[in-house]
Design a protein around this ligand. Structure first.
Ligand SMILES: *[C@@H]1O[C@H](CO)[C@@H](O)[C@H](O)[C@H]1NC(C)=O
Ligand SMILES: *[C@@H]1O[C@H](CO)[C@@H](O)[C@H](O)[C@H]1NC(C)=O
Ligand SMILES: *[C@@H]1O[C@H](CO)[C@@H](O)[C@H](O)[C@H]1NC(C)=O
Length: 549
């Protein structure tokens, strides 16, 4: 039994798991049939380009689901190259096979299809899906994924009059994804993106939302971009933060929110201003030049136009953003996906089994630009790592090929995999010595963001941790020349990608796989390889193993 839970809590979780297992059969299925194609898009209004569409749409269709739903998504790849979708923030319990990243899932070859079977188990909140291979993300192929609370599970705010999705992200209008990938493959850095898109549109004030005075609306905002932090605001209006990547937050008011790459937020906005049009402004932060796009918030019978977009960067972006980040906390008494309060799990009292200090770096290796974590720059092997593990194919990767702490021995390339024990409780410190803002994501989990500050982390930094009401989420920023610390309970067996969400850095090596491992192979801890799994590389001619439960 894990050392991080006392017997009572563990029994409670076991009991809940059994109850959930009994009702499993009743969890509804939702079916999706998606065709992925290239199509003409012109998000900047002035440079038509080839985008990745799903069922003809950019952004792709929105997935609505309810906690514990089973989503069966048949993805037909009509592109001229292999394709995979991944599910940002969906925890895929016991099921890393469906994660849709290089290390877990064989790419869908052109002209072929693969049916993902994923369960949005024990989750609520706002997430998104995106194409994970190469630089596909720079061509679209993303969409939002909502997990609503089950009926009868209390939501800590009244039902809003409307629920809007804002997929925002930086965008290259003048380079297609193949050109961007070729630049990186040749060892170059990417130029600054050209613009910012709001739901696939980069032409300011050509999109609008109609609202009614006096009503309250929910806005779900995800940064689906490639590198830039984006600040979101609605002029004249305050936003009440209610949810961060599946956690109901303390409901504080903000005039603007910094949303880092890969992150999702939900806010409530009450239309309490004089009836006219207002600008919704999305602008880059922590960038040398500012990119900005606006949309219009239209009060239903307003005749007055919106005032011009105002962009005011705070004088000290870092201090502003850090202060805001620290103010975002969990509402301990609100329910999450279950009726019991989110605060009933006392993460601050659990013994830490292991500390990882992950230090990012950038360097030239063989005259080519590379990025690394703890001096190891990730390179893919010829076979997905999870399949190599499943079929016990040796030599694909070596567990332990990335150290727990920085070595400062110079950068090397490797198929970086870190072993971790199932049910270990781990502290991860992201140390950023660089002058750029980092954003890190861990698949399969959400973690408590217990602390962040400027400078270098030391043992004494632990005194600043929030061990009471930190938010759990799956993506965290690390400010320039700063650190961020998270706690994570490794309760989900599988091969899980830990990566920079700065996509060029991810592509050039700033990622690794966390192999959460249980020596007893049991269906209680991990599912079998799906029957329809595509096989590739050295797993091409293998057959599924049979493990008795
Ligand atoms: C491809 O789609 C067909 C239905 O169109 C389905 O029966 C089959 O299982 C899918 N293939 C995979 C590998 O999921
Ligand atoms: C926290 O959630 C509870 C329960 O839904 C709610 O009554 C309370 O207003 C919330 N508190 C804050 C500060 O958001
Ligand atoms: C605006 O529209 C609402 C109905 O949506 C109506 O009740 C109200 O009188 C209108 N206000 C003005 C100023 O026309």
């Amino acid at each position: 039994m894990g050392s991080w839970l006392n017997g009572g809590v563990w029994m409670m979780i076991m009991t809940m798991t059994m109850v959930i297992a009994l009702v499993q059969a009743e969890n509804p299925y939702r079916f999706f049939d998606w065709r992925v194609t290239y199509g003409n898009i012109n998000p900047s209004g002035s440079s038509p380009q080839k985008g990745i569409l799903i069922n003809g749409q950019f952004p792709g269709p929105e997935i609505y689901s309810v906690t514990n739903d089973n989503l069966i998504i048949n993805v037909h790849n009509d592109l001229d190259e292999p394709f995979l979708l991944s599910w940002n923030g969906v925890q895929l319990r016991k099921n890393s096979y469906q994660d849709g990243v290089y290390g877990t899932t064989c790419p869908i070859p052109p002209g072929k299809n693969y049916t993902y079977a994923i369960q949005v188990k024990d989750q609520i909140g706002s997430f998104f899906y995106f194409p994970s291979l190469g630089l596909h993300k720079a061509a679209g192929g993303y969409g939002s994924l909502r997990i609503l609370s089950r009926p009868r599970i209390p939501v800590p705010f009244p039902e809003p009059a409307g629920d809007f999705t804002f997929l925002i992200g930086d965008w290259y209008s003048n380079h297609d994804h193949k050109t961007l990938k070729a630049l990186l493959d040749r060892g170059h850095r990417l130029p600054m993106p050209d613009t910012v898109l709001i739901n696939g549109n980069g032409v300011s004030f050509t999109s609008s939302l109609t609202v009614q005075k006096g009503k309250t609306y929910r806005f779900r905002i995800s940064n689906v971009g490639l590198q830039q932090t984006l600040n979101f605001k609605i002029l004249g209006h305050q936003m009440k933060l209610v949810e961060v990547e599946g956690t109901h937050t303390v409901q504080s008011m903000y005039t603007s929110l910094d949303i880092h790459v890969g992150q999702s937020y939900s806010v409530l906005v009450t239309m309490d201003q004089p009836e006219k049009d207002y600008s919704i402004v999305v602008a880059t932060r922590f960038s040398e030049t500012e990119l900005l796009t606006g949309s219009t918030l239209h009060y239903s019978n307003a005749t007055k136009k919106a005032s011009n977009i105002i962009s005011e960067r705070p004088r000290d972006q870092l201090d502003f953003s850090l202060k805001q980040a620290r103010s975002i906390r969990t509402n301990l008494t609100a329910s999450g996906p279950r009726p019991n309060p989110q605060g009933s799990y006392h993460y601050g009292l659990i013994k830490i089994d292991r500390t990882l200090i992950l230090d990012s770096s950038a360097a030239l290796v063989n005259k080519k630009q590379r990025y690394a974590i703890n001096d190891v720059s990730f390179v893919p092997a010829d076979t997905p790592l999870k399949l190599a593990d499943y079929f016990k194919i040796g030599d694909v990767f070596k567990a332990g090929s990335i150290p727990d702490k920085p070595t400062r021995g110079g950068m090397r390339l490797d198929t970086a995999v870190m072993d971790a024990n199932h049910r270990a409780f781990v502290e991860i410190v992201f140390q950023n010595r660089e002058k750029i803002l980092q954003s890190y994501h861990l698949d399969g989990y959400s973690f408590w963001v217990v602390g962040m500050d400027k400078g270098k982390w030391s043992q004494a930094s632990r005194r600043e941790y929030n061990l009471r009401d930190a938010v759990t989420r799956s993506t965290t920023q690390v400010y320039p020349e700063s650190w961020t610390a998270v706690y994570v309970a490794l309760d989900n067996v599988g091969m899980w990608n830990l990566r920079s969400e700065f996509w060029a850095r991810q592509y050039l090596g700033q990622q690794f796989y966390l192999r959460v491992y249980s020596p007893v192979q049991s269906l209680r801890d991990e599912y079998l390889l799906p029957k329809n799994a595509l096989l590739c590389g050295r797993a091409s001619n293998k057959h599924r193993l049979i493990i008795s439960p």
